[in-house]
Write a protein of this length. Structure first.
Length: 272
């Protein structure tokens, strides 16, 4: 789970993973003030606290709403989080009420798809558009990115986190399909099997314990999200840059993933 995922589309597919369910369990079990602070720290580091303070922020595929709430704690003036998953929206509203009720007037959550041009076109423009780990799960990543880019105001910041292209990516696509075809009662078996393998591989690559998660996330919920996360698309940093910059953006920063199949983090600035 690079974050138990923000889901921005593709709920109609029979194979689509129910990210809202995973967000719900994650939130009930683990989300607290400490995880909110960790989310806020990572958001401020990636976007820049000065760019968030007083800003209009849109969290595309907001999932549990943790990063929408984090933006409010960093001083954002108005925050909209949207997600195609209805259960995710309910979880986000519950987390807001529990973690930051004082920010309720500045944070709102709405169900909608990044693939719905009419919906996106009616949202207005934002100073910061944050799409972390969501648009590669829509089933149509490039159109979703184009729609999300329309939300960025002149001079604004567009944050994308997308799975990196790797030679194992096609194999992971097949694994995700099989996982979602697997009866729910049998899923604990691949969760444990792949979880152990991912744990060992991550430690070997990074030299540190995979249990030390950033962004307020959790390793084992990440495993479920990763195995189930279908639809699944991926792209290299250069591929994303070649698509986004012609839409009027400049790449300000690119952070490669800690592990090869993880998310590239890209920060674009809208010209003007």
């Amino acid at each position: 789970m690079t974050e138990p995922k923000d889901t921005a589309g593709s709920a109609g597919s029979a194979l689509a993973f129910d990210f809202g369910e995973n967000w719900d369990h994650f939130s009930r079990d683990l989300v607290d003030a400490d995880r909110l602070r960790a989310a806020a720290a990572s958001l401020g580091d990636l976007v820049g606290r000065d760019r968030i303070a007083g800003a209009r922020v849109c969290d595309v595929g907001c999932g549990s709403g943790l990063f929408s709430i984090a933006a409010a704690t960093l001083g954002a003036g108005d925050v909209l989080g949207f997600d195609i998953n209805a259960r995710g929206i309910a979880v986000a509203r519950r987390n807001l009420a529990q973690l930051a009720p004082e920010a309720a007037e500045r944070v709102r959550f709405q169900q909608g798809s990044a693939l719905d041009g009419g919906f996106v076109g009616g949202l207005g423009r934002f100073d910061v558009v944050y799409a972390w780990g969501s648009l590669h799960h829509t089933g149509a990543m490039w159109p979703a990115i184009e729609n999300a880019a329309r939300l960025v105001d002149e001079g604004g910041t567009f944050v994308l986190a997308l799975y990196n292209r790797h030679w194992t990516s096609p194999a992971w696509t097949a694994i995700k399909v099989v996982y979602n075809l697997c009866p729910r009662r049998l899923r604990p078996l691949p969760n444990a099997l792949f979880g152990g393998l991912i744990y060992l591989a991550t430690w070997a690559v990074t030299g540190s314990s995979p249990l030390r998660k950033e962004r307020g996330m959790d390793f084992w919920y990440d495993v479920i999200d990763w195995l189930g996360g279908y639809p699944y698309e991926y792209a290299s940093i250069d591929e994303v840059r070649a698509r986004v910059e012609p839409m009027g953006f400049t790449l300000a920063e690119a952070r490669p993933p800690r592990v090869p199949t993880g998310c590239n983090e890209l920060v674009f600035r809208r010209q003007g």
